[in-house]
Write a protein of this length. Structure first.
Length: 478
């Protein structure tokens, strides 16, 4: 029996539809991010299993893409990081690169000003790939940077994994980001000046050397790899001007203080290699997210660290009752239950962010249990622009936020929530015939059981408050 694939192409009809997409409709979750004095504060999101979204699009199924767009819109997301591509064949595959280019273009058209990054992680299984040919003239004006002093050092970092593939992850991640840079360069070179950028704004490194706790030597080797990758990323940024930020998760550890290797040592060496630091604060206590990283923030204001560090805090929506999108392992128990209301107190993104910022900005706050004094030193303000600044909070992972409907709103906003949620989906054919559905999933399901004929359709989304959206879809067979 032939399968039908659901092609959904976002088409904005008339000014009404354009206005609807521009509105920040209050959704279940959805207050805007908290406001911090003196500088912009961004809410970002790590889009895990981005490769699956792209593969679905390539197979004619845009449902996951539509769901991601809806989540971005309703939750005021201004920075997304595409994760999971390092173990895929997206880069170097012309057809998949075309899908990715279209994905980035459509996101930028729909959400003007949004920033898009791509993540490379040290998790998962890496296979050795063939060497990459790097032109001799590459990065001529970009050396030295960090631990990479020359073209030869750069080529070695990318192509040599070391004896017994000891540093395979380092080499493969350098190759991955190099391929991502080539993709961006090709798309920027070929684009029409009237079109949106289709390259990445940021490279995001997720290399958690601090988890390698079985020996000092092992952790220092991983830390060396970490610094090498960051140096490679900075050289790529220098060589390709479209890359604006090198972001990295960073959690300096004190586990080997007694052996003479401190968190300050790690900060002194690694902080200058990144444009923005992503500090994980993974806990199931929303009121304790600041306490979790208070000491790290102090260390980052040490006189040996660089001035004017830009810092994101990373909050995690995992729950042990959820599932990963790409693994059968049981997730950790972080803020998932707080967000979906199965614990007391509970709340939403905004309330969790506010709890963090209230403590961060309170110069009299003292966390005695975490040995952290009031954080009144090196706080960015309009008269002290060389100090560190907290520029936003990044939420992870998207699939748990979306798939488990983590849209719990504070009780006082529940009435507004009910008024704005979708209550009806209508599938309209070119002759004006209408079929009613409760969810987009019902429509997608109907395309696989042959109950909907091939052809062009419009999907009309009706909200409880009377607002409407219309998108065009083509149902065809493969």
């Amino acid at each position: 029996m032939k399968k039908k694939y659901f092609y959904i192409v976002i088409t904005f009809l008339l000014l009404l539809t354009i206005q609807l997409l521009g509105q920040q409709t209050l959704s279940h979750q959805n207050q805007s991010p908290t406001v911090n004095p003196d500088y912009p504060f961004t809410r970002g999101m790590n889009v895990d299993c981005a490769d699956k979204i792209l593969i679905d699009i390539s197979n004619g199924n845009n449902l996951k893409f539509l769901q991601l767009n809806e989540y971005i819109r309703k939750n005021y997301i201004k920075y997304i990081v595409l994760s999971g591509l390092e173990h895929s064949n997206i880069f170097g595959n012309p057809s998949m690169e075309a899908v990715l280019k279209s994905f980035i273009y459509k996101v930028r058209i729909t959400f003007p000003g949004i920033k898009i990054g791509v993540s490379g992680s040290d998790s998962g299984y890496f296979q050795a790939t063939g060497p990459i040919t790097i032109p001799p003239q590459f990065g001529a004006n970009c050396f030295p940077f960090g631990s990479v002093n020359s073209y030869n050092n750069f080529e070695q970092a990318v192509n040599e994994a070391g004896p017994f593939l000891l540093n395979l992850k380092k080499s493969e991640l350098c190759k991955f980001f190099y391929r991502a840079a080539l993709f961006g360069n090709n798309t920027e070179t070929s684009k029409n000046s009237l079109f949106c950028r289709t390259a990445f704004d940021a490279f995001y490194l997720e290399y958690r050397y601090w988890n390698k706790t079985f020996s000092l030597a092992a952790m220092q080797n991983e830390f060396s790899n970490y610094k090498t990758i960051l140096s490679v990323l900075q050289i790529l940024k220098c060589n390709y001007g479209f890359i604006k930020f090198i972001d990295t998760e960073f959690l300096p550890t004190e586990i080997y203080n007694l052996q003479g290797w401190t968190a300050i040592d790690q900060i002194t060496e690694a902080d200058p290699l990144a444009d923005r630091l992503i500090i994980p604060s993974f806990t199931n206590n929303a009121a304790g997210t600041y306490d979790q990283v208070c000491k790290t923030l102090h260390f980052l204001s040490d006189r040996f660290s660089k001035p004017n560090s830009k810092i994101f805090i990373e909050l995690n929506a995992e729950s042990s009752s959820f599932n990963y999108c790409n693994s059968s392992q049981i997730p950790n128990n972080y803020l998932g239950d707080f967000l979906n209301g199965t614990v007391t107190p509970s709340g939403n993104m905004h309330s969790a962010e506010k709890m963090f910022l209230n403590k961060f900005n309170d110069i009299d706050y003292l966390c005695s249990s975490c040995s952290c004094r009031p954080y009144n030193d090196n706080h960015y303000n309009s008269s002290n622009t060389n100090s560190n600044s907290l520029v936003g909070i990044i939420w992870t992972p998207y699939t748990m936020l979306n798939d488990h409907y983590l849209f719990r709103e504070l009780e006082k906003q529940m009435e507004e929530v009910v008024e704005s949620k979708p209550i009806q989906f209508q599938l309209i054919d070119i002759n004006g015939r209408i079929k009613n559905y409760k969810t987009l999933e019902e429509i997608s399901s109907s395309t696989t059981n042959n109950s909907i004929a091939e052809g062009m359709y419009f999907i009309k989304i009706v909200y409880a408050d009377g607002k409407q959206e219309i998108i065009k879809t083509v149902i065809t067979s493969r």
